[in-house]
Ligand binder design. Structure first.
Ligand SMILES: [Zn+2]
Length: 317
């Protein structure tokens, strides 16, 4: 049987991970190189002359020009916690290499931290992944479907119209032959206004939207996006329809991943973050070896995200 090149590619092995990021010094060297590739630059006066010292485990810099002090991680996502960098890096490694996601409970066990700490760490990283994907635009052939996050509700109606579920749009850019390339997952109601807003944000002409003909998808008419509805009648027949193979595969994997990894979470409040994480990892699946350094570099360039910001679940910290 032919191996799927994406699925069977070499990831970043545990040994390679420890080799690159297994000690506080190696993590510090990596963060330093990403933050200040040309050497320390004072965030206040942009001077480069400085001295270095440690307070506890943390590395600090003092600008020789204006006397400003900052730590290696101040002003980055790693700032607002006292967690050592190797804990952050191990969490990022586990999250980026896992095929089906890692729950906060698993992180707690692997990292030897409390559950609230693991939860917060995970949500900060998911928020970062969501933000990195916020400008993603799909073009060319795009399969689109509506779906729901949330457990089955006994007695509830399946599919569209079910109560207690968070509706989201799944759009998959494919090659002309239907191979998935990039995905966009966006929580929103299935109304024409919401779909129009989705199209303006996440689709770039020339694009052809392939849908099952749900009324709201016609909203793209007049925006320069072509709409190609195929009315399938829903159910098992539409799930097997080759014209929707890419989006149905992505939705199937998403369902397996969420139901196997997470037993319960606030879909209504945090669903966009889980979808953001799935989207981030999917869109970088072609190169598993660089996901960790890319995410860590993004964390170095991202603002600190405090507990309140994580809890209020604004779509941007
Ligand atoms: Zn300075």
């Amino acid at each position: 049987m032919a191996q799927n090149k994406v699925q069977y590619q070499r990831g970043l092995s545990m040994l390679e991970f420890f080799d690159g990021y297994g000690t506080p010094e190696r993590c510090e060297a990596a963060v330093r190189a990403w933050r200040w590739p040309e050497g320390f630059v004072c965030p206040r006066c942009e001077g480069t002359w400085h001295s270095e010292f440690r307070r506890g485990r943390r590395l600090y810099f003092q600008c020789s020009g204006c006397r400003y002090q900052c730590s290696l991680v101040s002003g980055t996502l790693f700032e607002s916690s006292n967690l050592p960098l190797p804990v952050w890096f191990t969490a990022m490694h586990l999250i980026t290499q896992a095929k089906t996601g890692v729950s906060a409970l698993e992180l707690k066990r692997h990292l030897g931290v409390s559950y609230p700490t693991a939860w917060l760490l995970k949500h900060k990283l998911m928020q970062l992944m969501f933000e990195r994907e916020a400008t993603r635009q799909l073009t060319g052939r795009v399969e689109i479907d509506d779906a729901y996050l949330g457990g089955e509700v006994q007695g509830g109606k399946p599919g569209r119209g079910s109560p207690n579920k968070v509706p989201f749009v799944a759009a998959v850019q494919t090659t002309e032959s239907g191979q998935p390339v990039f995905v966009c997952l966006s929580p929103r109601p299935f109304t024409k206004d919401a779909l129009l807003a989705f199209a303006e944000r996440s689709l770039a002409a020339p694009a052809t939207l392939v849908s099952d003909g749900l009324g709201c998808f016609t909203a793209v008419q007049g925006t320069g996006i072509r709409h190609e509805p195929h009315v399938t009648g829903g159910g098992a027949a539409s799930a097997k329809d080759p014209r929707f193979l890419a989006v149905n595969t992505v939705l199937g994997n998403l369902k397996t991943s969420l139901s196997g990894t997470y037993h319960a979470f606030g879909f209504a409040k945090y669903g966009y973050r889980y979808l953001g994480q799935v989207q981030y990892l999917f869109n970088r699946r072609f190169d598993l070896r660089t996901i960790l350094p890319r995410l860590a570099r993004a964390a170095c360039q991202s603002n600190p995200c405090g507990l309140r910001a994580v809890r209020t679940a604004e779509q941007y910290c």
